[in-house]
Design a protein around this ligand. Structure first.
Ligand code: CO
Length: 229
């Protein structure tokens, strides 16, 4: 039995939500029509337990969202590249958040196998991340390996993001744009910053990714003190 209200109940809940929002602020919906200028782009996992706007308590209009299995930034994925370009070049978002989460099924499957063929193919890059950090991961029991790979994956995806043409071009023209990596704990509901914040300031290479894959290029710089909790 799957979780979730009946389909008809979804429509009823929508109507209740509209009534409540309108009671709080009669102009709420009219004001959404006027503009679409979200500050954030969220790149998260498709996992139903990690709803971007609910866990960040943001309103419609504040977060532009892209989700895929295991929150990956794959440089050949036309979908995410289009989202990135629209978010950064047109909407002019100021912050991009990559958010992973504990107990991620995609990360688990990359470690243990067993995903259906198409999903398994999508996890290819995640297995590369795992291989890149094999020395560290190999010594851990399966559950800790998943937890660690969730964080390493976020770090690598922020790094991938920093190397996309859209982000590189934004930084080159001086556009204000900061990248962040977060991990969401399902059992707590809490978000933690993993300390790989980058704002494109030319200086040191990114401390976080430790990936060694291509150190040349307009170097993104980590901001100090980003680790929280
Ligand atoms: Co997931």
């Amino acid at each position: 039995m799957s979780n979730g209200p009946a389909y008809s109940e979804i429509l009823e809940r929508n109507q209740r939500w509209v009534a409540e929002r309108t009671a709080e602020d009669p102009a709420f919906f009219a004001s959404r029509v006027k503009e679409h200028k979200p500050r954030y782009l969220w790149i998260g996992c498709s996992d139903a337990r990690v709803p971007a706007d609910m866990i960040t308590q943001t309103d419609p209009g504040e977060i532009f969202v892209h989700r895929n299995i295991a929150n990956q930034v794959v440089p050949t994925d036309a979908n995410i590249l289009a989202v990135l370009q629209y978010a950064i070049d047109v909407l002019k978002v100021e912050d991009v958040i990559v958010c992973g989460h504990s107990e991620c099924g995609g990360v688990k499957a990359a470690v243990t196998g067993g995903a259906p063929a198409v999903v398994d193919n999508w996890l290819m890059q995640l297995r590369t991340v795992a291989r890149l950090h094999d020395d560290e991961l190999a010594g851990l029991p399966d559950d800790e390996r998943v937890t660690r790979l969730v964080e390493l994956n976020v770090r690598e995806q922020v790094y991938n993001l920093s190397r996309t043409p859209v982000v590189q071009a934004a930084w080159a023209r001086g556009q204000r744009l900061t990248l962040h990596g977060l991990v969401y704990r399902l059992d707590e509901g809490l978000l933690r910053d993993v300390g790989v914040t980058m704002d494109g300031t030319p200086a040191a290479a990114m401390a976080g990714a430790a990936s060694g894959n291509g150190a040349a290029a307009p170097a993104p710089r980590p901001l100090a003190g980003a680790r929280a909790g």
